[in-house]
Design a binder for this molecule. Structure first.
Ligand code: NAD
Length: 386
């Protein structure tokens, strides 16, 4: 199999890495940047810290804080307008996956025609976008190192998955100190999102020898650190472990692929506005149980990497331990079932479940799953996760 591996040109990790912002922008020759973020980053004062760094580096900026969680094409359009009207020459994204993905899409549209939906799918962006420096504050989506952007097309109620190397950030500043403020629920949801990236990258039919070690290290770090980060938000070692896991998970899945969990998760986000991490978390145990038969040895390795069974356990015992472990993890982290998520109503769910299954299949992600489902099986899996 021929496989392509793309990463940002520069990834800086460690406590205080985000303070490199001025130096990195100067190196890129940026003079006036668009700072793309969300309302919480402004109200919590995080933006002020970066404004001081920009002032010190004598770099002008325009602030666009209009990104909503699970961003839309409208958010991207509004940000692009700011970029153009302030005649910016580079973009900085500060926040979770939502501001980062919105910034990626703005950067691409600076040098490519609208609408954004032209780029849904794989490798469709003709030209490189504006230079982009990203600073993640959740751990996380891994978006800081991926060539993926996920933006909701509001006219079709579809979360568009766009993958192209032109969505890659130029520089990623991966500073776990910015994640110390995450509340418990967010830590849980984005943490299980990270674990899902590791597992799906490893069991995907597109896994490669380059992505396997990244995926397994991601999985190991989540197993070691997620519950501690959730219980003790100020635990620096756990936060650092989860931040590295998120970045490794991003490097792995973007160069392998995600699979059925992500394929089924996006329609839940588009229909019911369940946050991305949570919609993955509610599906992970059910979809794993369904998928085991397609790659039992690989799932057994996941169980052993997570220390859910003895290293010499046979494949069947290991895969059973994995499903049990994922159910227990959700329960420890107080992740509800699909039916318990805010905003998910049974009547609407029944009315749209067929469209959700069709959208999941159309995204292409389920086709990378070790066991490829048909539409009826996806509907049954949604019902089982209810
Ligand atoms: P998010 O960016 O949507 O943020 C969720 C909430 O957490 C927001 O209210 C935000 O202000 C808040 N928040 C962010 N950092 C915080 C902190 N340090 N302390 C307290 N609150 C904080 O959440 P996310 O899960 O990081 O991103 C989800 C988005 O990322 C979805 O749209 C999803 O589809 C996308 N995603 C993209 C990729 C990719 O490779 N491009 C991968 C996975 C997910």
């Amino acid at each position: 199999m021929i496989a392509q591996f793309n990463v940002p040109a520069t990834i800086i990790t460690g406590a205080g890495a985000s303070r490199e912002l001025g130096t990195q922008l100067a190196r890129l020759g940026a003079r006036r940047i668009l700072l793309v973020t969300d309302a919480f980053m402004v109200s919590s004062g995080v933006v002020d810290r970066f404004v001081r760094l920009l002032d010190e580096a004598k770099i002008e900026f325009a602030l666009f804080a209009g990104v909503q969680p699970d961003p839309t094409d409208a958010n991207v359009g509004a940000g692009l307008k700011e970029y153009v009207s302030h005649r910016c020459d580079a973009i900085v994204a500060l926040g979770g996956g939502s501001p980062i993905d919105a910034a990626k899409a703005i950067a691409v549209l600076v040098n490519n025609p609208e609408p954004l939906s032209l780029y849904q799918g794989y490798h469709k962006v003709p030209r490189a976008g504006a230079p982009l420096v990203v600073i993640p504050t959740t751990a996380g989506t891994g978006s800081e190192v991926t060539k993926v952007a996920v933006i909701t097309d509001t006219t079709r109620d579809v979360k568009m998955m766009m993958l192209d190397r032109h969505f890659l950030p130029t520089v990623a500043l991966v500073d776990f100190e910015l994640t110390l403020s995450m509340p418990q629920a967010l830590t849980a949801h984005v943490g299980v999102d990270t674990l899902t990236h590791g597992i799906e990258a490893y069991v995907s039919s597109k896994a490669t020898p380059l992505t396997d070690p990244l995926a397994l290290t991601c999985i190991r770090l989540v197993a070691e650190h997620l519950e501690t980060a959730w219980r003790e938000p100020a635990n620096r070692a756990a936060r650092e472990g989860m931040m590295l896991a998120a970045t490794l998970g991003g490097l792995a899945f973007a160069n392998s692929s995600v699979a059925l969990v992500h394929g089924m998760s996006r329609p839940i986000g588009a229909m019911f506005h369940v946050p991305h991490g949570l919609s993955n978390a509610v599906l992970l145990p059910t979809v794993t149980r369904f998928s085991l038969a397609g790659a039992p040895e690989r799932y057994a390795t996941v169980a052993k990497t997570m220390k859910l069974c003895p290293i010499d356990a046979d494949t069947e015992a290991a895969t059973e331990a994995l499903v049990r472990g994922l159910v227990e993890l959700n329960s420890q982290l107080q992740v509800p079932a699909l039916g318990g998520c805010r905003g998910v109503e049974r009547a609407k769910f029944d009315a749209v479940v067929e469209k959700m299954a069709a959208d999941a299949l159309a995204s292409g992600s389920p086709q990378n799953n070790p066991r490829v489902p048909n539409s009826g099986e996806i509907i049954s899996l949604y019902q089982a996760a209810w």
